[in-house]
Design a protein around this ligand. Structure first.
Ligand SMILES: *[C@@H]1O[C@H](CO)[C@@H](O)[C@H](O)[C@H]1NC(C)=O
Length: 404
């Protein structure tokens, strides 16, 4: 190992050793029920059940909490020691698997302030961060990243597509103290940027100068008619002309049939509307650019990323078609640690999970194929029986004659 990679490894080890997990949950057995609080705010909230689902990579490691009732709201949350992400990176990560071919339903987590009323959790409970996939029909297939700022929920202005297959996927939100962020799916970056630019935390920094106007003599026509060109004198010809081949029918009677007129045909000499050749406009000044000024409404906030009292994480969602499994929840201060945790959990089971799913799909495909063949065969037998019967009918008399 050379010096550089040795150093890298040390840095990596250091980062991991000194990272702090604020919350982890792998849902490996029923004991999660002691850590998670079911909301009782409404009488008909849906129930989560412990399950690895129809297909999985590891029967134990892939246990997670699965939504088990259709067309329900869900409300389940867990608390952790209150902390502030001041001056630190904040990573929120979890896996979600829509094995039910979801048509409409949330797949996100919400992170709440400490002291949130957990038994009273509803969709109205104020949260700090909402993050994760949301699917509804064909039009909504996105990753939500919502921050609550000065009492308002701010949605990310970029469109981040979520996964819409039936496999388990890892979702990671990284929030940095320099007010930048990154979203990863399956440990790969899908979006990143500056908080200030991608959410409307405050009025924009620069605005078009309201005083500035496009000068009235501004020329923004890029092309003009070539002034050296004029319409040729013999250009204009009628579009239609009397058919020179047509002849008045012999039996035409002007008195009965009216005055005979030859039918009109397209005039072969017609050239259409004359247009001058287009040339570059020598007076063209380019598109007018509205000058910008600093926006007096803009308020700088160096702490957009900061949440001082994080304390609860929860699944507050609506699902039309249940069956989603959540697992491997992590809140930490290290990207490296989150990546490792993702690798150890989702990274280890994703391939065997896919293998089992593919095998099940194959069995299913074969079964459908056999069923199809069987029903085709049955139809064919039925048809030939019918044919035999009618054949029998047809041949009855000759046979009968023979026998006689
Ligand atoms: C996670 O796994 C990927 C793919 O195998 C690897 O490239 C990456 O270095 C791993 N990350 C960590 C922190 O172990």
């Amino acid at each position: 190992m050379n010096r550089a990679s040795c150093l890298l490894l040390l840095v990596a080890l250091f980062a991991t050793a000194y990272s702090k997990d604020y919350f982890t949950e792998k849902f490996e057995d029923k004991s999660y029920e002691d850590r998670w609080v079911q909301s009782t705010a409404k009488p008909d909230l849906g129930a989560f059940k412990l399950s690895h689902g129809k297909f999985y990579g590891d029967a134990k490691k892939d246990l997670g909490i699965q939504t088990s009732e259709d067309a329900r709201f869900y409300g389940l949350s867990a608390k952790f020691d209150e902390f502030s992400n001041e001056g630190k990176t904040l990573v929120i990560q979890f896996t979600v698997k829509h094995e039910q071919k979801i048509d409409c339903g949330g797949g996100y987590v919400k992170v709440y302030p400490a002291g949130t009323d957990q038994p009273g959790l509803t969709g109205d409970s104020p949260y700090h961060i909402m993050f994760g996939p949301d699917i509804c029909g064909y039009s909504t297939k996105k990753v939500h990243v919502i921050f609550t700022y000065k009492g308002k929920n701010l949605l990310i202005k970029k469109d981040i597509k979520c996964k819409d297959d039936e496999l388990t996927h890892l979702y990671t939100l990284i929030l940095n103290p320099d007010n930048t962020y990154e979203v990863r799916i399956d440990n790969e970056k899908v979006e990143s940027g500056k908080l200030e630019e991608d959410w409307d935390f405050t009025a924009p920094k620069r605005i078009p100068d309201p005083e500035a106007k496009k000068p009235s003599d501004w020329v923004d026509d890029e092309k003009i008619d070539d002034p050296t060109e004029t319409k040729p004198g013999d250009w204009d010809k009628p579009e239609h002309t009397a058919d020179p081949e047509a002849k008045k029918p012999e039996d035409w009677d002007d008195e009965i049939d009216g005055t005979w007129e030859p039918p009109m045909i397209d005039n072969p000499d017609y050239k259409g509307v004359w247009k001058a050749r287009q040339i570059d406009n020598p007076a063209y000044k380019g598109a007018w650019v509205h000058p910008e000024i600093d926006n007096p409404e803009y308020v700088e906030d160096a702490n957009l990323y900061l949440f001082k009292d994080l304390g609860v994480i929860g699944f507050d969602l609506w699902q039309v078609k249940s069956g989603t499994i959540f697992d491997n929840v992590l809140i930490t201060d290290s990207v490296q640690r989150a990546e490792e945790f993702g690798n150890e959990t989702w990274g280890k089971t994703k391939d065997p999970e896919k293998k089992m799913k593919d095998e099940q799909d194959e069995v299913e495909r074969k079964k459908e194929e056999e069923d199809r063949k069987k029903s085709e065969a049955e139809q064919a037998t039925k048809k030939s029986d019918d044919d035999d019967e009618s054949d029998a009918d047809d041949t009855k008399s000759p046979h009968a004659d023979d026998e006689l």
